[in-house]
Design a protein around this ligand. Structure first.
Ligand SMILES: [Zn+2]
Length: 96
């Protein structure tokens, strides 16, 4: 199953949150790769997990590094997967 791709845009709620967003040196797209559905934008090799029930899990979304102060290793992302049969979830982190 593939969920249609929905881009997620950052809307900081406070001044403090606004200050956390952004990188001094990373490319423009880094920090803006948040989305639900579509296909994972793997940084490394594809790594779609299998559920403990044996089914391949569905890619639910990916969460990007936020900025120089909240960064997942080297501009990494967290990929979230769900099994639509038993609703177990898995997340995977990849980084440059
Ligand atoms: Zn399952």
């Amino acid at each position: 199953m593939i969920i249609p791709e929905i881009q997620l845009n950052l809307s900081p709620r406070t001044e403090e949150a606004e200050k956390v967003i952004g990188f001094e040196w990373a490319g423009e797209e880094i920090g803006n790769r948040n989305k639900i559905g579509g296909k994972p934008d793997w940084i490394q090799e594809p790594d779609t997990p299998k559920c403990s029930c044996g089914k391949e899990m569905t890619f639910y979304g990916q969460l990007d590094s936020i900025g120089d102060r909240v960064i997942l290793a080297d501009c990494g992302m967290i990929y979230v997967f769900v099994c639509f049969d038993c609703f177990q979830t898995r997340s995977i982190l990849q980084s440059n």
